[in-house]
Ligand binder design. Sequence first.
Ligand code: FAD
Length: 468
Amino acid sequence: MAQVLDTDVATFRKSFSGTVLTEGDADYDTARAIWNGAIDRRPAVIARCSTAEQVAAAIGFARSQDLEIAVRGGGHSFAGFSVNDGGLMIDLSAMRHVSVDPSARRAVCGGGATWADLDGAAQAHGLAVTGGFVSHTGIGGLTLGGGIGWLTNKAGLSCDNLEAAEIVLADGRTVRASADENAELFWAIRGGGGNVGVVTSFVYRLHEVGPIVQLGFFFWGLDKGVEALRFARDYVDTLPDDVGVFLAGLSAPPAPFVPEQHHFAPGYALLIAGFGAPEGHAQRCAEIRTAMPPLFELETPIPYTDLQHMFDEGAPWGILGYEKALFLEELSDAAISVFTEHLPRRQSPLSYVPIFALGGAYARVSEEATAFGGSRSARYAFNIAAVCPAPELLAPETAWVREFWSALRPHAMGSGSYVNFMSEYDEDRVRASYGAAKYDRLARIKAEYDPDNVFHLNANIKPALQPA
Ligand code: FAD
């Protein structure tokens, strides 16, 4: 890779209307830091952009200097795709504007906004779109790869709700993509990651949600694992689409509703979020506690924005992370056995195993409608996440994730996974995630819009070979 000369950076700094940061600048270390504290990389240049023109100028400068480009949205890639060593980081963290048109039920958001930004603005009007479970995650990477959250079954993935986007391409052009404009590009950004350009603006369709929703939180100890997971699996299948589900192996939080003797106890949790009538929620909570009495529980109304913040502290900035995931067609008894055998072996109390129930609106989108790298017939996205507060825990915890994953693999839908849950780039697994037809279509779109693979720090799609 090229070495950039100080004089060239100085010239760029003079001409660039955004902010240029290099080693030694006061903000440099903050700007290069990403969520995963295990990643410590030093870009030669950070271009903090607040307009599409600035993004185009940064791409142009990087290409003229042969610098590798990393694009940072919310900075939550476990793999660290948003920062590189010795290249140019396009930092979108200043592009966090959100404007909501309540009558059209539409939100327009900057490419570096977080879910907290979007949720806050949309909830002022009782509106929301499917976003991640942790509010400091970026809308950028999460939406481009798919987007699984509380509202998946009610409203589909985040990317299913994308109406349009503004994209800066590798050649510096800024284009709009929607069903009517650059339709192939629009297809590719709904699941194909950041492969085709830098999205400076996302337009979402919003749904009526809250502002008060209903939460039920049920927790069982390790000894009840098999029973609780079998019950949860069968019960989740009976739930209507306006109930969000979060099923996980994790540590009990040190929260006021948790009896002190159970703080940090390992176990299994079923959380349901009711977006419909409160009475229906109360009945569901009664059904759960009668059928499978929990160690402790919480049933409460909660503002949707608080629901979205609920897991924030469990996955703080700077923690060390590694994850590996699979899609499951069903949570079979065999998969549950693997789950209950491996969960107790984790060493970090923050590591957790969320299994995201997929159905409802998610399943009603046709396979070809978007580039999402997962089948619409998958019932669960099963994620094994090492989250470590101390560096010495990361190696054993990574080994735990890999062993757990290998044991679960025979019970999954192939080796592919949700591409946003891949800590390591593995070309075969990226291909397996998309399947041949989607991968080949993405590769053709990539060849048209980014033939030199300028945007390769992602679940990378190799440009299709062009006929000579
Ligand atoms: P970044 O690291 O900034 O970017 C990730 C990738 O997207 C990079 O390749 C980057 O170049 C690209 N990118 C980002 N923004 C843009 C843009 N505007 N234009 C072009 N390319 C861009 N996923 C879920 O679906 N549901 C969850 O509930 C969920 N919870 C999570 C919780 C935590 C704590 C973490 C760390 C991750 C979680 N994820 C979840 C995974 C998440 O979807 C991915 O990590 C996602 O890539 C994060 O996006 P980001 O913009 O914050 O990350």
